[in-house]
Ligand binder design. Structure first.
Ligand code: G6P
Length: 590
């Protein structure tokens, strides 16, 4: 989704600070970028369609102590210069993340009273309302404006009469960050500048007056409220790509460390006793999330069915929020989300909580919306994940869910099993030539199907998502047993079927699937941790024998192998794996 950032500085150039912030925040959207800065000659705004880099030259000419900026993921109005933020009217300049659901009605009203619009966005009504309502009392104008809005919004506002920024939060994320240079606001903690040492997280409805010295918080009724300062540390921030050409490759190489750090944090930070009671008393477990987070739930269902005798279901959050399930006070909901801000996930679990369920958030981002809804948080310690396609956070989610599934049995054994899975990942990453051949075949195929049975099926679904997200090759992931119920009709010599075989008890059945595909002239690649399967399937187009692993642990290794295949395919096709077209990292609107 869109990203917003702002800086009010005691020293240094806020325009440069905000420009750098936009580069860090670009994973939230790259349809356009812009910034407004208060200069000696008044507020200056620059904006451009396309990537943040398009703004670099004009931003470099600006200087001032207070600035706001925006990266856009277009929802209303095409990606263009005209629709780029900030939007400007009278003394105001604003940046907005979210959706104003009643913008048509507001726009008609404003047009009738003589306002002229310069963009096709929903956001512009906000700045036009501010301009209309302002008569010297800034807070009153902001309160009156947001009182007219329906939808979701995180706002950064500049006003010619105030030497600072006004921030507003309602159902879209924004934090205020504090440090030696001044005060900043930002959509996400990982995109904060490194000089920030603490943050305050506004609540929904808060209005925040930010100056270079401090931030004052007000609720919707304009009563002053206190929001605690929470420490942040460098490990939470985006530290660049280092020696890697892309964030995605760097983050794949951080998967083993994510497993280790997630295990450490589980025993250090989680109230294991209370969580064990939640699991022990659960009449059922519902896991929910979107995209890759949902796929982590699919794989984890097997962990629970294997070791934890409780009925477990996995639901896509955007469906769950509109198809209520039967809940009791003992139902346990595991809300899985890297960002902790995905609107559908937050809304779905909020409804389940209201219906009486216990909610445990499994998330990579503390202080996020989902942590405020949940009764309890299980941290995923992946550090900042910048690539839009999730890699290390998926592996971290699997690790956290693996531990939860073993709480009522043998959680310490589970911990050592996970640490050994981490070692297998490291082994795989040292010797990953097998990915090259499969990626080469993927890149020349018209469609790529991923097949598996049992837990390998769950990995197939995630592998397919990863490949389509970043290579734009049509792909599907499905249970190998379903091949003959439809997908065989699509198989020809231009398609590739990647068969994942890591569960020995089902391996022969998957080998049959390989024969069914090759006998229809389809290409087959196999990823397996089993020597037997690798030997038997030597005749297919490619076989990658990955380090041996027990079935339940195999997703830690096979999923990383398939992340590498997706990455190498995308790069060989000249795609940018970190910023795939049309996607955004954190989907904070419905
Ligand atoms: C977007 C991202 C995916 C992510 C999904 C859920 O679609 O591009 O990588 O899996 O959102 O995000 P969450 O932050 O809730 O895990």
């Amino acid at each position: 989704m869109c990203g917003i950032i702002g800086a009010a500085l005691r020293r240094g150039n806020a325009a440069a600070e905000v420009y750098e912030g936009l580069e860090r925040l670009e994973y939230r959207g790259y349809d356009s970028a812009g910034l407004s800065v208060r200069t000696d000659g008044g507020t200056v705004t620059v904006k451009r369609g396309g990537r943040v880099a398009n703004l670099k030259e004009s931003a470099a000419e600006l200087c001032g102590g207070v600035a706001i900026g925006h990266t856009r993921w277009a929802t209303h109005g095409e990606p263009s210069d005209r629709n780029a933020h900030p939007h400007v009217a009278g003394k105001f300049s604003i940046v907005h993340n979210g959706i104003i659901e009643n913008y048509r009605e507001l726009k008609d009203e404003l047009l009738q009273s003589g306002a002229e619009f310069a963009s096709d966005t929903d956001s512009e009504v906000i700045v036009r309302l501010l301009d209309k309502y302002y008569s010297g009392d800034l807070l009153a104008a902001v309160a009156k404006t947001v009182g007219r809005l329906k939808g979701s919004y995180a706002l950064g506002i500049l006003c010619e009469d105030f030497d600072g920024i006004v921030a507003v939060k309602y159902k879209s994320p924004v934090v205020a960050g504090f440090g030696e240079k001044g005060v900043t606001l930002c959509s996400d903690i990982p995109a904060l500048p490194e000089w920030v040492t603490s943050v305050s997280v506004p609540e929904d409805g808060d209005i925040v007056l930010i100056s270079a010295q401090s931030a004052s918080f007000y609720d919707g009724g304009l009563q002053s409220v206190n929001r605690v300062r929470l420490p942040v540390f460098a490990g939470q921030f985006n530290g660049g790509t280092g020696d890697y050409p892309h964030y995605m490759l760097k983050e794949i190489h951080e998967t083993a460390a994510t497993v280790r750090d997630t295990c450490d944090a589980f025993f250090r930070n989680v109230d294991v006793k209370r969580l064990t009671e939640y699991v022990r008393n659960a009449d059922r477990i519902i896991m929910t999330g979107c995209g890759t987070a949902y796929n982590a739930g699919l794989a984890a269902r097997r962990f629970f069915s294997d070791k934890c005798r409780v009925f477990c279901q996995v639901e896509i959050a955007s469906e769950l929020r509109y198809s209520p399930v039967h809940i009791t006070g003992s139902t346990l909901v595991l809300a899985i989300s890297q960002s902790g801000e995905t609107a559908d996930t937050v809304e779905a679990v909020s409804a389940l909580k209201e219906a009486g369920a216990r909610v445990v958030a499994v998330t990579n981002c503390g202080y996020s919306a989902i942590t405020r809804v949940a009764h309890m948080v299980v941290p995923v310690c992946a550090g900042a994940e910048v690539c839009v396609a999730a890699t290390k956070s998926y592996i971290g989610q699997l690790a956290a869910l693996y531990l939860i599934s073993r709480l009522t049995a043998d959680v310490f054994t589970a911990r050592s099993e996970l640490l050994s899975a981490g070692e297998k990942i490291a082994e795989l990453l040292k010797d990953n030539g097998g990915a090259d051949k499969i990626a080469e075949i993927c890149a020349e195929s018209s469609a790529v199907f991923f097949l598996g049975r049992g837990i390998d099926y769950a990995v197939a679904v995630e592998a397919s998502l990863k490949l389509k997200e970043i290579s734009y090759i049509f792909s599907d992931g499905y249970p190998a047993g379903e091949l003959k119920h439809g997908t065989l009709a699509l198989i020809d010599d231009n398609t590739l079927s990647v068969i994942i075989i890591c569960d020995e008890s089902l391996s022969e059945k998957c080998e049959n699937a390989a024969c069914q595909v090759t006998s229809r002239k389809g290409k087959v690649a196999v990823i397996t941790c089993l020597d037997g399967a690798a030997d038997k399937l030597q005749d297919v187009a490619a076989v990658w024998k990955i380090p041996e692993c027990e079935a339940n642990l195999s997703p830690f290794v096979s999923a990383v192998a398939l992340q590498l295949v997706a990455y190498k395919t995308a790069v060989s096709l000249g795609r940018d794996p970190d910023k795939p077209r049309n996607l955004a990292k954190s989907v904070t609107v419905e």
